[in-house]
Design a protein around this ligand. Sequence first.
Ligand code: GDP
Ligand code: MN
Length: 380
Amino acid sequence: MDLFEYQGKQYFARFGIAVSPGDVADTVDEAVAVAERIGYPVVVKAQVKVGGRGKAGGVKLAANVDEVRTHAGNILGLDIKGHVVRRLWIERSSDIAKEYYASFTLDRPNKTHLGMLSAQGGVEIEVVAEENPDAIAFLSIDPVRGLDLATARRWVNEAELDEAAREQTAELLVKLYDCYTTGDCDLAEINPLILTPDNKVHALDAKVTLDDNASFRHPEWEEFRVNETEDPREIMAKEKGLNYIGLDGTVGIIANGAGLAMSTLDVVNQVGGTAANFLDIGGGANADVMAAALEVISADPKVKAIFVNIFGGITRVDEVAKGVIEALSRVSISSPIVLRLDGTNAVEGRAILAPHLNAALITEPTMLDAARRVVALANA
Ligand code: GDP
Ligand code: MN
């Protein structure tokens, strides 16, 4: 899970990393209220999960209330690389003497952690890597040994950070490494990490990717799962624990496995239909999952017909068939359903469905036949 900058900063703060005081705002008035509370000048920052916000006009300094109004008004609703800004982070503006770069991430081939540190921050690290690779000091960290202060001190010297920044940065890097490991991040990046004119080292940006595989030991991460989507269908799907992405078409799609779900979208398109969604019900296609999937899909008013495409592997088709019938007894579905069931125990599965088939519950022997049928129904 990627965090918004403000969430990343909250996460950093838990590990003792210095960030600027600030707060979130979803409206211009809220932005003003935050600015008045923390004091001018402030920075008004777009909260979108994509880099390069500064260049896109999503980061603006504001010296007074009028400037906060102007910038907040301009940035809210701004489209940055396809991400529409719904939330702002307003923080006390910092004076910048130097901009550095610091990050930790996984070095998978070498089975170590990789630290990157550069005295040339503020620009994208890919650009530095391209144009001036010697300006990045790489540190390979054995996950068992970790990062101690002595090593961090050697590292900041190697990166040739300004003398005044070295000790504070070394201490900060140890904390950032703690955040990255104890905090179960796949990436913890600060760009820019700044040195202020009065010689304070400080994180001005935060890019954090949490390792979803570790979420079981972080119940506190739940609070980060906010504002991910505006689509009411996706919100409903998320509440039901489904892997669903809303699209604009008229054919609702349920498939097991992401690959099959994508192929199903392709085949529906190929025969002249449009998919209303992507939905992978995964391996456990039991009645609960099927009922939840049918409920989410039929709540979408654009859906005219539903395509259930299951290829049984570990998932047994007879279990899926039972799931479909039980689901249909629980939720009432107004759109016709076309099923293609193949793979493990397909014969048994079709036998279970046979007595229930009618004009609104149809099976087809192949994926292509089913796609044609469902598209014909959706376009009727
Ligand atoms: P990004 O463009 O998405 O990486 O957003 P950043 O948070 O890194 O901000 C972009 C740039 O805005 C930074 O590199 C800084 O140069 C500038 N900036 C951000 N915050 C401040 C601040 O408090 N004071 C000043 N003077 N500049 C800032
Ligand atoms: Mn940045």
